[in-house]
Design a protein around this ligand. Sequence first.
Ligand code: NAD
Length: 292
Amino acid sequence: MNRKLLIGKPVSENIKKSLVEKINSLSKKNIIPKLAAILVGDNPASKIYVKSKYKTFIKFNCQSEIHHFLNDSNENDICDLISRLNKDKSTHGILLQLPLPLHLNSKRILDSIDPNKDVDGLHPMNLGRLLQGNPNFIPCTPYGCLEILRYYKINVKSKHVVVIGRSNLVGKPIAALLSQKFDIGNSTVTLCHSQTKNLSKYTKMADVIIVAVGIPAMLKSNMVKKDAVVIDVGINRVDDDSQKGYHIIGDADYSSLINKVSSITPVPGGVGPMTITMLLNNTIASAEKTII
Ligand code: NAD
C-alpha cells in the first residue's frame, strides 16, 4: 500500500465490493436501489457529474433517473417534483446537483427533500444529526475523505486537523465529523475560511490538512509542516491548449508538496472517485431501510 499517494480507486473498489453483495441481497427481495438526480441549467461540470453518477448506478444494476430543468425554471416546479419523489416508494435517494442558478433558493429546495431520501446528507435534519454524533446520511464527499483516511490507516485521533473551507457540502461536515468520538475522529479540529487571517499560521501547525476551497493550487509547500497529510478536495478547471481545452487540478500545489508531505491525495484520482461511491453507499443504505 502506497501511503504517500492516497489514491481513491482502491478505496472505492473495496467499498464497491461490499456494496455489490448488498445490491444482490436487496434484489432477492425485489428491491432495486434508485437515485433520482435533479439537474437545473447548463453548468458543464454539473452535467458531467450527474451523468457519471447515472452511469455508475446503472453499472451496478441500480436504477437512476435524471430530471433536467431549464436554467430559468422556477422553484415551485422543482419542489413539486421533489414532493412526488418523496412519495414514490421506488425512489430511495434524491440528489439536487449544486450549484443551482442564482435565482433559485437552494436552501428551500434542499429542505423540501424527505430527510430519509436525502442521500447527499444536506437536509438540516441530517446535518443536525451529524452534529449530534448520530448521523443518518453523511454527505458524500466528507464521507469519502473519511474512508480514504480509514483505508490508508492514517491516524487522526488526537491529531490536529486543519480544514480549509466552511461550505455545508464539504468543510463544515468534515470538521464536525472529525471532532466526533468516531473511529475516524477524535481529532482537534481548526476550521479556516476566507476571513481567516494568516492562514499559514494554522496550516503550519496541522498534522492533517483538508483543503476544500476551489482555488487552484492555493495550499503551497511553505504553508505545511514536514510530513503532514494533505487531503485535497478541490476540483478546478484550468484552461490549456489541449484538445479538451482544460485540465483539472486541486486546491493543493501537488508538485511542490509531494516532496514534503507524508501523504497526499492526487487530483484527479484522489477524493474525486470517492464521492460517487459514497452516494451509491448512501442510496443502498436508504433502500435497506425500507425492509421492515
Ligand atoms: P464553496 O465555494 O462552497 O466553499 C469554498 C470555501 O472556501 C468557503 O467556505 C470559503 O470561506 C473558503 N475560502 C475561499 N477562499 C479562501 C481563502 N483564500 N482562504 C481560505 N478559505 C477560503 O466550495 P465547496 O463546494 O466546498 O468546494 C470546494 C472545492 O471542492 C471546489 O474546488 C469544488 O469543486 C470541490 N469539490 C469536490 C468534490 C469532490 O467530489 N471531490 C465535491 C464537492 C466539491
